[in-house]
Design a protein around this ligand. Structure first.
Ligand SMILES: [Ca+2]
Ligand SMILES: [Ca+2]
Ligand SMILES: [Ca+2]
Ligand SMILES: [Ca+2]
Length: 254
């Protein structure tokens, strides 16, 4: 419905910002929390420590109306993990391909981009950075260094729930382990206990970006909306899955 409406009316009703804001801003400060966070899709008062950040930059597809997709997010950190709360409105939740490693980007999913050392650079088939696609069933997919899609469910805990007072609003919580570029898929598979996430510390700076793939009824995703403006290359803004150069930066503060 929203796709057709947007095609008919152009972008005049679009909520999504199309204005470029491409200057490199200072890293977004992320607040430390001494309290543990339960990943259950319910908004614990702990989250009042963090400010909402916009998730409104169109990367691909049609600009959604507010009812079709709108979202915002918050971040917190503890030594063991980066925590993310997303508030999402999506009129139709779609998971048309059951296999979590097949066409996961054409199902509704939250996509978390992490570049542990903020190096930037190419990462599609290596772990210089990760592009975690978090699916509706809470499974996590990205490409491995063998150039095939695989799950990374041990990297990220996910749970979403509809708000109890307004079921149009979804709260989606993530607890993200942060791995360095030296992450090795074979070692993680054969000797998982030898592969440990980074212990986070104040003043750490990481590459970070968030996006949502919205599909309601189409074969391919209808809208891909992110947290950061991306400078297009040959008109293409869908670059985050290939290069960490387009990520923003976050700084852990205490
Ligand atoms: Ca939608
Ligand atoms: Ca799927
Ligand atoms: Ca890196
Ligand atoms: Ca959808």
């Amino acid at each position: 419905m929203a796709l057709l409406f947007t095609l008919l009316t152009g972008s005049c009703l679009a909520k999504t910002s199309l204005e470029p804001d491409l200057a490199s801003p200072a890293p977004l400060p992320v607040t430390y929390t001494s309290s543990s966070i339960v990943i259950d899709g319910k908004v614990d008062p702990i989250w009042q420590q963090a400010q909402w950040q916009p998730l409104d930059k169109l990367i691909l597809g049609v600009a959604p109306t507010a009812e079709d997709f709108s979202g915002r997010y918050k971040l917190l950190w503890r030594e063991d993990k980066l925590y993310l709360l997303a508030e999402i409105i999506d009129d139709v939740i779609l998971d048309q391909t059951a296999d979590p490693t097949v066409r996961y980007w054409d199902d509704d999913c939250l996509e978390v981009f992490i570049d542990q050392d903020a190096s930037g650079g190419e990462h599609q088939f290596n772990h210089n950075a990760f592009a975690y696609h978090v699916a509706i069933d809470n499974q996590v997919a990205d490409y491995g260094s063998n150039q095939t899609a695989m799950t990374f469910n041990q990297h990220l805990q996910s749970r979403w729930m509809r708000d109890e007072s307004n079921p149009k609003v979804i709260y989606w919580e993530l607890a993200i382990n942060i791995y360095p570029a030296t992450y090795n898929d074979n070692l993680a598979s054969d000797h998982p206990k030898q592969v440990k996430p980074i212990v986070l510390a104040a003043n750490d700076i990481m590459g970070f970006m968030l996006a949502y793939c919205d599909n309601d009824f189409s074969k391919q995703r209808e809208s891909f909306v992110g947290s950061h403006n991306i400078r297009p290359i040959n008109g293409d803004k869908n670059l985050g899955y290939k290069t960490a150069d387009v990520f923003g930066k976050i700084k852990l503060v205490k």
